[in-house]
Design a protein around this ligand. Structure first.
Ligand SMILES: [Mn+2]
Length: 399
């Protein structure tokens, strides 16, 4: 230890330099590039937010030195305070106004489709709560969502706990309303049974075709489970919709001991593309992205992302309905989600977050992170608003 310290001191005194990376150019680091990209981002929306908070929340007490701090917390700060809409976005209480926003987050608190652990009815609340932790800025990708898009929270769809089919009708109607308004729907589930009515709602707004990229450990494509359309069945019914072809359904992360044989029979019959976890390991993430985008987008006009939180290894997401080991690492799934969203999306859902089984809100946090990473990618690639092309040349009348 003494000698080590001596060497260090000697080096410092003589100006000795380490030279392990002679060709290293720090300007090639994302860290350097994005540090400089930040300077190019606007501040207008933040300035307007600060002004609004002061006007609505009263100027702060005389002893407060930072005069942008109001008496009553309004908007983003502090992160532990306030009314928990998703990322403290404006609550769009009158849903007729939803079209004023680029993106609308809507909750679907329903777990009547679960066949093991319930609790996903608390998913929207759980994700909203922990979403308060985030700022709208992501340094790594150089995006400030507050400056580059508008976001609202519509609150939750009125689900019917004891009736799956009535709930499906409510979800499709809500989804159709949001999509037809021009806002991009982002759904906080809810168990995975809602994957059918969410897609059906969008499909009703257009005669153009829609592909689906589905992250899951489970195939979720059998016709019925326990005699009903449960959370194991959304893709059977979604791909029965005329403009949602099964050949454009890509299912990533499937595997393990919880995929029933009837689901695989159905996937085979419909010729969907399943990429197992072993395929992912063999192909590498970039190749998976390429295959997913090529397959989902072939001959369609838009792609929907369905993210089942249980596609992530259950060690990272204990709060879910059907935990299965061997899934994605968090940074793998975040990479995949960001990349598959880079060509734009017509909607997204995060399902199977079950806060009663969660620990330290880590599962809900993962769900939130998936959403902001997808939105960040859509914005970074200039694709925000592309989903509205599904509405073009199509009747945008009352539902
Ligand atoms: Mn699943």
């Amino acid at each position: 230890m003494a000698r080590y310290r001596e060497r260090l001191t000697a080096g410092r005194l003589t100006g000795q330099r380490r030279n392990h990376h002679p060709s290293f150019d720090r300007t090639q680091l994302q860290g350097w590039k994005m540090m400089h990209r930040e300077a190019e981002l606007p501040h207008e929306a933040w300035n307007a937010e600060e002004k609004r908070c002061l006007t609505q929340g009263l100027e702060g007490a005389d002893s407060i030195e930072d005069r942008s701090i109001p008496t009553f917390s309004r908007g983003e700060l502090p992160h532990f305070a306030g009314i928990n809409t998703f990322m403290k976005a404006p609550y769009c209480e009158d849903v007729h106004d939803v079209g004023k926003y680029d993106v609308a987050v809507m909750g679907v608190p329903f777990d009547g489709g679960t066949t093991y652990r319930p609790g996903a009815r608390f998913g929207p609340q759980g994700m909203r709560k922990i979403s308060a932790l985030y700022t709208p800025f992501n340094y790594e990708i150089g995006v400030d969502l507050r400056e580059q898009m508008t976001l609202c929270d519509t609150g939750d769809v009125f689900t019917i706990p004891a009736n799956i089919e009535k709930t499906f009708d409510q979800v499709s109607r809500g989804m159709e309303h949001v999509f037809r308004s021009g806002a991009l729907p982002v759904v906080l589930g809810g168990d995975h049974s809602i994957g059918f009515p969410t897609v059906r709602g969008i499909a009703r707004c257009t005669d153009r075709k829609i592909g689906i990229i589905h992250f899951d450990r489970h195939a979720d494509i059998q016709e019925k489970d326990l005699d009903e359309r449960m959370h194991t069945t959304p893709w059977f019914h979604a791909t029965d919709i005329a403009n949602v072809p099964a050949k454009n359904l890509v299912q990533i992360g499937i595997g393990g001991w919880q995929v029933p044989r009837q689901a695989i029979k159905e996937a085979r019959r419909r010729d969907t593309t399943i990429i197992t976890m072993n395929d992912v390991a063999a192909l590498g993430l970039d190749k998976v992205v390429e295959i997913a985008l090529e397959t989902a987008w072939e001959g369609v006009d838009a792609v929907y992302i369905s993210f089942d939180i249980d596609s992530v290894d259950c060690g990272f997401v204990p709060g879910t309905g059907w935990p299965e080991p061997g899934g994605f690492l968090p940074r793998e799934i975040l990479y995949l989600l960001g990349r598959v969203a880079s060509e734009g999306i017509c909607g997204m859902e995060v399902v199977e977050v079950s806060p009663p089984y969660d620990t330290s809100e880590i599962t809900a946090l993962m769900g939130v992170r998936a959403i902001v990473d997808v939105l960040g990618s859509v914005v970074a690639h200039g694709k925000m608003g592309d989903h509205r092309r599904l509405l073009r040349d199509y009747g945008a009348g009352e539902i």
